[in-house]
Write a protein that binds this ligand. Sequence first.
Ligand code: MG
Ligand code: MG
Length: 268
Amino acid sequence: MARIELKTREQMRVMAQAGVIVERALAAAKAACVPGASTSAADAEAARVIAEAGATSNFLGYHGFPATICISVNEEVVHGIPGDRVLTDGDVVSIDCGAVVDGWHGDSAISFIVGEPVSDADAKLVTVTERSLWAGIAALAGASRIGEVGAAVEDVAEAAGLHPLDGYVGHGIGTAMHMEPDVPNYRTRGRSPHVQHGMCLAIEPMLVIGTSESAVLADEWTVVSLDGSRAAHWEHSVAVHEDGIWVLTASDGGASRLVPLGITPVAP
Ligand code: MG
Ligand code: MG
């Protein structure tokens, strides 16, 4: 396995700058997702926020990806491409976005439902996926191995009758968006790497209502659930340092969600 990049606290603080720009870009993109709007309108909003902040997009041009966000609707799980698709009431939308400041990367994703009515099943899907993310982040705070994150995510998902998507995982992040180690959203065979101070990890549960199997569409990007059931995706980039953890892609370091779970984030 490749060496895991460990960051200084100063480097983590730059990553937090990128992270809060991503937070703002996601909020602007979400605000554009009203019934009747195209998915490309959300992309334009995210691009505007990142440019105005003086940052750059790490999605645009990534292996040829043509946009600033991934936007995935209903049975699309991740990696959907913005375009002419018009959003309608009740769509489940996941937006994934990243930004780079001085060579340091941030990566985060949110899911939500457009307009109304909102079905109970979709509301539960979005809420449980977000809750599984925070359970994974809270687990990281006390973990000795990376695998404890996935176990926590899987437990929240399965207790609610939902399933982590097979084969798609979180990742280390720093001087590149995707780095070692893998951060699975489920238990895996074998020992996972030890958690070390200086690690920054993108934790990103993708949960589905039905089968955990998926397929990639002819556009070679969009990942859909194999049975067409709906999916949600939440992600944060998280730093681990000597004094605790800090959610780099949340302006409060994750305090609003972690303190109720018994974890107080500590700024790097
Ligand atoms: Mg992402
Ligand atoms: Mg990611």
